[in-house]
Design a protein around this ligand. Sequence first.
Ligand code: NAD
Length: 301
Amino acid sequence: MPAQLINGKSLSATLRQQIAAEIATQVGKGVRRPGLAVILVGQDPASQIYVRNKSLACEEVGIQSFYYGLPESCSQEELGALIEQLNADPAVDGILLQLPLPKPLDASRVLESIDPCKDVDGFHPYNLGRLAERRPLLRPCTPRGIMTLLDSIQTEYRKKHAVIVGASNIVGRPMALELLLAGCTISVCHRFTQNLAYFVKQAELLICAVGKPGLIQGDWIQEGATVIDVGISRLPDGSLRGDVDFESARMKAAWLTPVPGGVGPMTIAMLLRNTVEIWQSSATFISTPQFTGTEGSARRC
Ligand code: NAD
């Protein structure tokens, strides 16, 4: 039987409606709107589209988005000064720095200068460290979105062997930490992994985040596996393709995410969710911190 598709688009729409309702309720009581600052350095066309989509998604749910477009020529110090200003701005709950940055800017240095309590992408070493030590606060959006997708299909992933292909800071590594926290046994593959097919065949749960269209072939996939395809590549004909060969994988997997319409919309939903959680924990919102789904309050970190 062909795999059942995991519909990230529809789950994301439901989550956005919930977020919009939460915001509307509080704004109706006179609370200020949540605010997200979005920084784009340079003119990369793909990044411009991502930033526009994120800003639109914010508007739709009632989050105020503040856009900062900086020229490619901007210096590390100028970018640092903007982050400092946003760190101190009480109307800004979350700060999003669109990656990659043009060379020679050092993204790690900039990410580290973001207040960890406003680190809406969860990329600050403090937040990654909290996830590593099993006390997550702000969690990276794509892995968090994938955990939400997995919960939505109600298949048991605790005790399962999860294989992650791709070991980037933004997807593969935090994904491994999320799944470890959830009780999976983890293998992480990367560009130096020998015999990728061998590892993929062991996967009861397979997460692919490489960016090479069709890298994972259907006959590598274990019968009945759950397959999450994070990769998004644009082909010369303009269509989008994932890392997994969709048609052949569909004949082996029990569950499979489509590209587009799987992980992508969930990443944006989690960006909104993280922004709202920071807002909800802020002193201007409530006096008792209630940092949903995680431990403690982001404002107290
Ligand atoms: P990246 O380039 O930072 O990392 C790619 C990883 O793949 C690296 O760890 C590398 O070692 C590994 N890799 C490369 N070739 C490999 C091979 N032949 N076998 C095994 N591993 C190999 O990429 P990234 O930022 O993690 O993004 C990966 C993909 O996911 C891209 O297509 C990106 O567009 C997509 N992405 C999607 C979302 C979403 O929301 N859907 C979010 C982030 C990234």
